[in-house]
Design a protein around this ligand. Structure first.
Ligand code: AQP
Length: 335
């Protein structure tokens, strides 16, 4: 059975890009294979943060996943720091990771430039931790948005190098080289105010991003104010980033192709109609999530219990990989 792994940060409020690029795929993954999802609190400490807020955000993000349809009965859902094997494997994988590759990562460049006081080494090592997250489970597939392509390529290279160096006979104790799985539509949702840049948690203002928990009125307002162009012609293409983004969002929210979404707009009177259609489709998609969220978030004991049960299952899998890696690398006694 295909093993699927993905991690999501407990930072900030999740936006439409996170929902379409990642969370929707998590829900679908539960029907396609053995799905393992984790809230990556160790990744969140690589930039400035508040400890009490981090703990709260983990619960927020877990409740959001549950409200979206991630079901602990059908997947393994846990908090990254509860499974110590991630940290240990990160260190071991540094032996097969080139510092030059880490230096070249776009996210490292942009996030280190954005730090005001301290550029922590964690920003540089972030992709190694991400590699350890996935490789610890010998996952076949990683459902994430287009922006993670570079990081997935790096983890694939880590796994290949590890196998070549430490499991040269190609035996079953090696690491699995995972595949990147990006959604057919909506792999890169753009900012509504600056449609040449991806919708992001850390860059841009609230008016450019729709939050998963936004009320319908806020969604409509943001869609109506979305930046388009002066043509009033509904078509997609690189010369029309604003309209292309809106049509992409419409297609992803309705679960159709871009062509099908465009066909339904044949009678539209212009961008006004397009924007209202987008707002309606997004509201229909996110409304049920928002309605379920409050009740789920209120029961912190239930969230913690679900995370603890998930961590126990995750640890069982990761411990086997760590045993193999330690043995192959000559770390610790033979067992
Ligand atoms: N604009 C996007 N379109 C499609 N997918 C996206 N993702 C992020 N932005 C878009 C996908 O969302 C997942 C969750 O990412 P995360 O919460 O773990 O990480 P993040 O990097 O903090 O989220 P952001 O919004 O991308 O924050 P910034 O811009 O601050 O780094 C990932 O699978 C990602 O591909």
């Amino acid at each position: 059975m295909t093993r699927i792994f993905s991690g999501i940060q407990p930072t900030g409020r999740k936006h439409l890009g996170n929902y379409i690029g990642a969370i929707q795929q998590y829900v679908a993954g539960q029907d396609r294979g053995e799905a393992i999802y984790c809230i990556v609190d160790l990744h969140a400490v690589t930039v400035a943060y508040e400890p009490a807020e981090l703990r709260r955000r983990v619960l927020d993000t877990t409740a959001l996943l549950l409200a979206s349809g991630v079901d602990p009965a059908r997947c393994v859902l846990f908090r990254q720091s509860d499974v110590r094997e991630h940290s240990e494997l990160t260190w071991l994988l540094t032996s097969v990771t080139a510092v030059g590759e880490l230096n070249r990562m776009h996210q490292f460049k942009s996030k280190s430039a954005a730090q005001r006081e301290l550029v922590g080494a964690g920003i540089l090592f972030y992709p190694v931790l991400q590699a350890a997250d996935v490789l610890a489970y010998r996952a076949d597939e990683v459902p994430v948005g287009e922006d993670q392509r570079e990081h997935i390529e790096l983890m694939r290279e880590c796994a290949r190098r590890y196998n070549a160096r430490f499991v040269p006979d190609g035996g079953t104790t090696g690491l699995v080289v995972p595949e990147h799985r990006i959604p057919a539509v909506g792999a890169r949702i753009m900012d509504l105010q600056e449609p040449t840049r991806k919708m992001s948690t850390s860059i841009g203002g609230d008016e450019g991003r729709i939050y998963v928990l936004d009320e319908p009125a806020a969604i409509l307002k943001k869609c109506k104010r979305a930046v388009t162009d002066s043509e009033n012609e509904i078509r997609v293409g690189p010369d029309k980033p604003g309209v292309t983004n809106l049509v992409d969002i419409l297609a992803a929210a309705r679960g159709t192709s871009v062509e099908a979404a465009l066909a339904t707009l044949a009678d539209a009177r212009g961008y006004g109609d397009l924007k209202v259609a987008v707002a309606e489709a997004v509201t229909d998609m996110l409304g049920p999530v928002r309605e379920r969220y409050e009740a789920l978030r209120a029961d912190e004991d239930a969230i913690e219990a679900a995370l603890a049960a998930g961590a126990a299952k995750a640890r069982e899998i990761a411990a086997v990989t760590l045993h193999d890696v330690r043995t192959a690398m000559g770390v610790g006694p033979l067992s």
